[in-house]
Structure formats: structure tokens, C-alpha cells
Ligand binder design. Structure first.
Ligand code: NAI
Ligand code: MG
Length: 339
């Protein structure tokens, strides 16, 4: 099979971890007979400096005409590029897994998937000022809630069959109330356990007993916040990946930002981008029914686990290796797995 990938390397450490991931996906393609047609596009702060916009039209067209879109982090232009893209391409489901690894210090063992609504809520961007009062509108729709609840159910069915709806309907009675009620209605149709939690209690419970949770279904803002927390419980932002998925388009990216404090030093943790590949391959398997993508994904997942277990880590995760060295070790692990 042949797939076209639109790749935006982004800003800061984006190009460093992108180059690492391109080596890995190329190797997987060779092993599993998948041909990648990777095309590079500009996006982010650098793009804005050079073209006057963080999201040039060619980039948008490139994403639209590809099977997969993969991006590194961008910097200060995050809102005008990524948040805009999520809405323009209607990438309504943001999937953010957080899983602890053997031998990687984590706060507690955790294995959750945050399913975050990605186009509504306060991040719709409806903000204005009336004299000295600033206003932001929180927008939650029935349609938007139904479709994200279905996504949560679909993923829960392949996991531990449990969904926790996260909201604050005791205060935001109409908006979060709608989110809670419609989510419950949808989830009832599936053979899964459903419970609910207020977002403040959830942020505590996630630290206290993360093992009690499987899939968390959240509106946009709460999911944004809880997913950083979950990533840190699991072992740090440097491992966390996310998928933005709609009915037509997709975009895979690390959870973290451009990390300007370590950019250019060659020590960025590339596992976030390797996990981005895991999610992208999983999407190919699900959307195209391509079993070679599934095999590639499973091999990559195992190789990532074993190289973390063996301590092939960058300084942010307590290791001493550079980005390129971690990448070389992962290549060796991959080759060992398919031998
Ligand atoms: P950040 O995620 O870039 O960095 C937070 C801390 O984590 C820093 O100490 C950084 O060195 C470390 N870190 C993050 N990823 C790492 C990795 N792969 N390896 C090693 N260490 C890593 O968040 P910050 O500093 O708040 O934001 C920096 C820029 O990123 C801002 O301009 C922000 O707007 C942007 N941003 C972009 C996002 C996106 O493209 N989706 C998401 C979040 C922030
Ligand atoms: Mg965030």
C-alpha cells in the first residue's frame, strides 16, 4: 500500500523529533512493505515569519489531500494554526492516551484514554470586550456531544469497557448539563460501564487512584487540562501523543509544545513523536483496514516499551542519551522484533 503523509515539522524541537520519527516510519515502511509519500509543509511561528501566516494555504491543501497529517509542536502561533485547524477541518475527536511504562518513573501506574471534544466549549474562540468587561462564550451542542460520546464508546469497547463523563454540571448547569445528559443517552446504547465525575474531583482522583479509570470523556477545556496532568502521572510530557480525528481528515501531534528551552541542543525526547506514529498507524489500520499498518503499529509499540525499559532515555526522563542515540537504539529494537 502507498500512503501520502503531510508532515509539518513545526518550531523549536519540532524539526529534531520529526527527523527522528521520519527515520522510524521509513524503517517500518521497509519492513512491512508500506510506501510512504511524505510531503513537507510549513506551519507555526517560522511559517508566520516567512509567509505572513502560521498556516499557509498550501499546508491546508496538503493536509486535505493526504491520508495522514503529522505535525511537530508549534510555538506562539498555536491558536492560529492548530486550534484553527481543528475547527476548520472539523477534527472533533482529540484522543490522548496516558500510559505508564516499566522502569520509567511514574507517579502511579496509569492507563487511561482521554477522549476530548475538540471543536467547541470556550476554545470556540468567541471572545469579546464590552468596555472594561471581557467575555468568552462557552458553546456546547447536542450534535457535538453525541458524536464525541460515540467515539468514547467505540474506544472503550476495545479497552476495559468503562467511560467516565467529566463535567461541572452542578455549576455550569445548562452547558455541562447538556454534555452530561446527551453523553449518558449515547453511552447507554453500548455494553459499557458509565459513571461521571466533576472535573475538580476528577483532577484529584486521577492522582489518587488513576487505576480506577479507563476512558475519560470530556468537553474541550477540561480534556486539555486533564491530559497534561495524566501525561505527567504517566512519566512526563516527553512521551505523550495525541490524535485529532474527524470524519474526513486527521492530524497527529505530540501533546507538548515547542520546548524553546531545549531547542537545538539535540536532547529532545523523541518518544512523544514515536507515540504519534503509533496513533497514526492505528488510524490507518482502522480507517483503511490495512493489516500491515496494524502489524507495524504493534511492532513499534513493543519496541518503544522495550527501549524505555532498557533505559534508552533523554535527560528529561532521567537518561543521558541524545535524541539521535535514542532513535538508533529504537531502530535496533525494531529490527530485533521482526527478526
Ligand atoms: P512545552 O510543552 O513546550 O514545554 C514544557 C516543558 O516540558 C519544558 O521544560 C520543555 O523543555 C519540556 N518538554 C516538552 N516536550 C519535551 C520533549 N519532547 N523532550 C524534552 N522536554 C520536553 O510548553 P511551554 O513551554 O508552555 O510552551 C512552549 C511553546 O509551545 C509556546 O509557544 C506554546 O504556545 C507552544 N505550544 C504548542 C502546542 C502545540 O503545538 N500543539 C501545545 C502546547 C504549547
Ligand atoms: Mg494543552
Amino acid at each position: 500500500m502507498k500512503y501520502r503523509i503531510a508532515w509539518m515539522k513545526g518550531d523549536g524541537i519540532g524539526p529534531e523529533i520529526s527527523d527522528a520519527a521520519i527515520k522510524i516510519i521509513t524503517l517500518l515502511g521497509d519492513i512491512y512493505g508500506i510506501e510512504w509519500d511524505i510531503r513537507f509543509y510549513e506551519m507555526g511561528d517560522e511559517a508566520k515569519k516567512r509567509f505572513g501566516t502560521a498556516l499557509p494555504k498550501e499546508t491546508l491543501d496538503g493536509i486535505r489531500s493526504s491520508d495522514l497529517a503529522i505535525k511537530g509542536p508549534v510555538g506562539e502561533t498555536a491558536f492560529e494554526s492548530i486550534v484553527y485547524l481543528r475547527q476548520t477541518l472539523d477534527l472533533y475527536a482529540n484522543l490522548r492516551p496516558a500510559k505508564s511504562y516499566k522502569n520509567l518513573p511514574s507517579l502511579k501506574p496509569i492507563d487511561v484514554l482521554i477522549v476530548r471534544e475538540n471543536t467547541e466549549d470556550l476554545y470556540k474562540g468567541i471572545e469579546f470586550k464590552i468596555n472594561d468587561i471581557a467575555v468568552a462564550l462557552k458553546l456546547i451542542t447536542e450534535k457535538g456531544t453525541r458524536r464525541i460520546a460515540k467515539v468514547a464508546a467505540k474506544y472503550a469497547l476495545n479497552r476495559k469497557k468503562k467511560v467516565t463523563i467529566v463535567h461541572k454540571a452542578n455549576v455550569m448547569r445548562i452547558t455541562d448539563g447538556l454534555f452530561r445528559d446527551i453523553s449518558k443517552q449515547e453511552l447507554k446504547m453500548f455494553d459499557i460501564e458509565v459513571d461521571e465525575k466533576y472535573v475538580d474531583a476528577m483532577s484529584m482522583a486521577l492522582i489518587r487512584n488513576p487505576q480506577d479509570f479507563d476512558v475519560l470523556l470530556t468537553p474541550n477545556v477540561y480534556g486539555d487540562i486533564l491530559s497534561d496532568e495524566a501525561a505527567q502521572i504517566a512519566g512526563g510530557l516527553g512521551f505523550a501523543a495525541s490524535a485529532n480525528i474527524g470524519d474526513e481528515f486527521n492530524l497527529f501531534e505530540p501533546v507538548h509544545g515547542s520546548a524553546p528551552d531545549i531547542a537545538g541542543k539535540g536532547i529532545a525526547n523523541p518518544y512523544s513523536m514515536f507515540n504519534v506514529l503509533v496513533m497514526a498507524l492505528d488510524h490507518l489500520w482502522i480507517s483503511k483496514n490495512d493489516s500491515s499498518a496494524m502489524h507495524a503499529k504493534e511492532t513499534l509499540e513493543k519496541a518503544i516499551e522495550s527501549s524505555i525499559e532498557k533505559g534508552y532515555l533523554t535527560p528529561d526522563a532521567g537518561g543521558k542519551l541524545k535524541t539521535e542515540e535514542v532513535t538508533k537504539y529504537l531502530e535496533q529494537e525494531l529490527k530485533a522484533y521482526v527478526r
